[in-house]
Design a binder for this molecule. Structure first.
Ligand SMILES: *Cc1c(COP(=O)(O)O)cnc(C)c1O
Length: 239
């Protein structure tokens, strides 16, 4: 995994440059469009956290990937009618963006099963992006206190799609500020909300400098996707 060795090093350097430990930043490997046969060696090399953005791909790859232990986070837009198909496969939904979706998820979690979630926040205000506005964070956190099986671990954002690094970082800092504020003010529902999933192949070092605790990398690991660059911002099947 030559690409991954380089990425590990860059993550460590970026973390240490901002006074953090490399272990404080988790690498999530975005495996969308990548066949299971190419994912398995990555899992076998010890990279155990992967992310998919389409339910159909999750279910298609599940049997093959089951050969190696791993953890799957869903990072795409989730349609209500796909919840039952998805739930057996994931440990975290990174894209929770409404109380309605929370209610639907909660009602489908059996017994004492809990599910980690991140609130997806649209920090750039771009109409093409899913997620709540930052100002809606307190209300959604509050609403989630009704659903104890959903454990809010933090926040996820897809950064501004721009070559202007300062503008992208400003968005990430907005999310850091809200995370800190929710913690400091003890906002209901924010007890465990410390994670910040932000940064992709093009800007992960910059996101780490801002405080990312999870970075989501696809193309820098596997090469450009056949249907990129559109597939980066698209969060689900064509609508
Ligand atoms: C595809 C995807 C990524 C990874 O994008 P790259 O630019 O290939 O690293 C990260 N986050 C989400 C939500 C994605 O859909």
């Amino acid at each position: 995994m030559p690409a991954l060795a380089g990425i590990d090093r860059r993550i460590r350097v970026a973390a240490e440059a901002s006074g953090r430990a490399a272990a404080d930043v988790r690498l999530l490997i975005a495996t969308k469009t990548v066949p299971a046969q190419r994912i398995l060696p990555v899992l076998a090399a010890g990279y155990r956290l992967i992310g998919e953005n389409r339910v159909q791909e999750v279910t298609e790859k599940a049997d093959e990937l089951a050969a190696v232990p791993h953890e799957l986070h869903f990072i795409g837009h989730l349609q209500r009618n796909k919840i039952n198909q998805l739930l057996p496969h994931i440990s975290c939904l990174q894209t929770l963006d409404s109380a309605d979706l929370a209610a639907a998820l909660h009602s489908r979690l059996d017994g004492d099963r809990t599910l980690d979630v991140l609130l997806q926040v649209n920090v750039s205000g771009e109409a093409s992006k899913s997620g709540i506005a930052p100002e809606q964070i307190p209300d959604l956190l509050q609403a989630l206190t009704t659903y104890p099986k959903l454990v809010v671990r933090g926040y996820m954002t897809i950064g501004l799609n721009s070559a202007d690094a300062a503008a992208v970082q400003a968005g990430y800092r907005t999310l850091v500020d809200w995370r800190d504020r929710a913690q400091q003010q003890g906002m209901p529902g924010a007890e465990h909300a410390v994670e910040l999933s932000m940064g992709m192949s093009g800007d992960y070092e910059s996101a780490i400098a801002c405080g990312a605790t999870v970075v989501r990398l696809g193309s820098s690991v596997f090469g450009a996707r056949a249907n990129s660059p559109e597939s980066v911002v698209r969060e689900g099947p064509p609508r």
